[in-house]
Design a binder for this molecule. Structure first.
Ligand code: ADP
Ligand code: ZN
Length: 203
């Protein structure tokens, strides 16, 4: 899977919830490509500069140099066309243009490795990842560990009140949950005591 014969490009998608090891897996694949002396470029969206502006950093502190772009279209304008392997992290923040951009890169003979959230805080498919899955040659779904029960977790649980689709945050704002423990939207019981029914004092 790692090394393609000739000049054929393709698209690999790594998707799953937060904390599931998407960035780790992306970094692992990119490091192997660098060991194979492929020309590698890595991109992440400007929206996500939580840990570093010029690196992708996993929750386990693995890192790799990357270029910040404002969206998918900018990847094409800053791409060195000699690049053979293109890595893209936080793909769900790259905008709808990402599907076409990845298609163009793969059609022009590049190996494109894309990592991103496949569902949002409500558990809904997170554009443009579903379309990318349909276009990809290879799909890997990573699972995290449910912070409630320890089972494999496919959901990203939001721990604060907001109906905005995109609120960039890390530990403390989101956690991984399994199907059974996930509460679409915000986990109200634990974090918003005011939302609990008030107990009547006295009579
Ligand atoms: P992602 O890119 O999917 O958010 P990362 O690759 O950045 O994930 O981080 C994965 C690492 O996060 C794991 O190797 C582990 O060290 C750590 N981690 C923290 N919380 C969890 C969890 N609930 N389940 C699994 N790994 C976790
Ligand atoms: Zn659970």
């Amino acid at each position: 899977m790692d090394f393609l014969a000739g000049n054929m490009g393709w698209i690999e998608v790594v998707c799953g919830p937060m904390f599931s090891g998407k960035s780790e897996e992306l970094i692992r694949r990119l490091r192997r490509a660098i060991i194979a002396r492929r020309r590698v470029q890595v991109f992440k969206p400007v929206l996500d500069d939580r840990y570093s502006k010029d690196e992708i950093v996993s929750h386990s502190e693995q890192r790799i140099a990357s270029t910040v772009v404002s969206g998918a279209a900018e990847i094409l304008s800053v791409l060195d066309w000699r690049t053979q392997v293109v890595g893209i992290d936080e793909a769900n923040f790259m905008g709808p243009g990402l599907v076409d951009v990845c298609g163009q890169l793969a059609d022009s003979g590049k190996r494109v490795i894309v990592a991103g959230l496949d569902t949002d805080y409500m558990g809904r498919p997170f554009p443009p990842i579903p379309d990318l899955l349909a276009m990809a040659e290879s799909i890997t779904k990573t699972l995290a560990i449910c912070m409630r029960c320890g089972n494999p977790a496919k959901q990203t649980q939001r721990l604060f009140a907001s109906e905005d689709l995109i609120v960039v945050g890390a530990a403390g704002m989101y956690e991984a949950r399994c199907r059974a423990c996930f509460e679409a939207g915000t986990s109200k019981q634990e974090y918003f005591p005011f939302a609990r029914p008030q107990r009547q004092e006295g009579g």
